[in-house]
Structure formats: structure tokens, C-alpha cells
Design a protein around this ligand. Sequence first.
Ligand SMILES: Cc1cc2nc3c(=O)[nH]c(=O)nc-3n(C[C@H](O)[C@H](O)[C@H](O)COP(=O)(O)O)c2cc1C
Length: 208
Amino acid sequence: MTRRTLVVISAGLGQPSSTRLLADQLAAAARDELVRRGAEVEVRTVELREHAHDVVNHLLTGFPSAALREVLATVTGADGLIAVTPIFNASYNGLFKSFFDVLDREALADRPVLIGATGGTARHSLALEHAVRPMFGYLRAAVVPTAVFAAPEDWSGEGDESALRARIRRAGAELAEQVERRPAATGPADPFALTTSFEQLLAGRDPS
Ligand SMILES: Cc1cc2nc3c(=O)[nH]c(=O)nc-3n(C[C@H](O)[C@H](O)[C@H](O)COP(=O)(O)O)c2cc1C
């Protein structure tokens, strides 16, 4: 049985967070489909608000804290990523963008990614297509075709709940299929691994 890791990134700021709720439902859909296809699945969820200060410090200093380094390694070692942001000013929020700004630019190349967003109005659902998808395109991720947006009426019962559920199922199945097509990831990279030999460090030489 192939072991797969799904990493869920939620950039919601509220507590409770509708973004986290959507992220959990997307993760469950992708996990269920992978399990149906015979995989053993581990889901790891990252609430970015818990790492917000570390993300800003990383932007300012160029160095991650130990906790953030571990999160970045977890994302880098995932078989599939579920990335969900609240829409702020018709785009992803600053925390979401900043997190992907500190992630290595090669980390998501050819990595299956499912994108989702929550917002105060369904009129902004296309922010997923004009803002979130292009960012992952730049990072050369394999973003699945179905992106999922949830508006307040989807949670209050006034919207078409079955349509949202169907969209979540379809997006989860698309992610599972992309994950299954690829060899299993090797897991989180060792965040403390040396990329420079001691000789190079002593000589003050940068190998790159
Ligand atoms: C500063 C700010 C800007 C926002 N801008 C938008 C927007 O442009 N479009 C939209 O649909 N919702 C907007 N919202 C509403 C949030 O997207 C919405 O409340 C979100 O679902 C909250 O997610 P959370 O519960 O996970 O924190 C904005 C909220 C804030 C605080």
C-alpha cells in the first residue's frame, strides 16, 4: 500500500475560521478518494495564523525559525497540497502570499495542488482564477482544474449546499488522481541538513 501525505495550508484569520472549515472538507474529499484507490493517507494541517510572526520575521531576516523551517519542509515533502485562503481585496490575503514568498521557489514544481478560497461575497469567486491560480502557475505547480470557493450563504444553508459538496468531491478526486499518477514523495526534507560542507564553510565559499 502506497503511503501518501497531503498537506493542508489554511490562511484564515478568524477563530473559528470558514477557510479552515473549507480546507478540512477539501482534505477529507481528497483523502477519501486516495483511500478508495488503495493508498494509506496522512493529512497534515498548517494554520498559517500560528506562524504569522515567523513568516514576517523570515521575510525581514532571510531565516526561518525552527518551527517555520519544519512547516516549510513538510510542504516540500508532501505528495499533494491543499491551499486555501480568505479573499481580501479581491485577492489572496497577505499571510497566504507571504508564506509562499518564503517557500523555496522550486518546492512546488510539478506538485499537485488544490486551491480554495472563502469570501464575504460570491461575486469574488473568480479571484481564485485571476489571483491564486496564476501564483501557483508561476511556481510551476500542477494545479487541478476545479478550484473551490465558499461564500457565507454556503455555510448558512441559504446557498446550494449540494453544489458546493459536489464541487468539493470533484476537486478532491482531481487532486487524488494527480497524486496517484506520481511516485510517492520522499517525505519532509531534513530541515537541518547541511547544504554546504564544513570545508566550504571554513573556506568561506558559497558552493552555488
Ligand atoms: C481586510 C479584509 C478584506 C476583505 N476583502 C474581501 C473581498 O474583497 N472579497 C470578499 O469576498 N471578501 C472579502 N473579505 C471577507 C473575507 O474574505 C471573509 O470574511 C473570509 O471568509 C474570512 O475567512 P476566515 O473565517 O477563515 O477568517 C475581506 C475581509 C477582510 C478582513
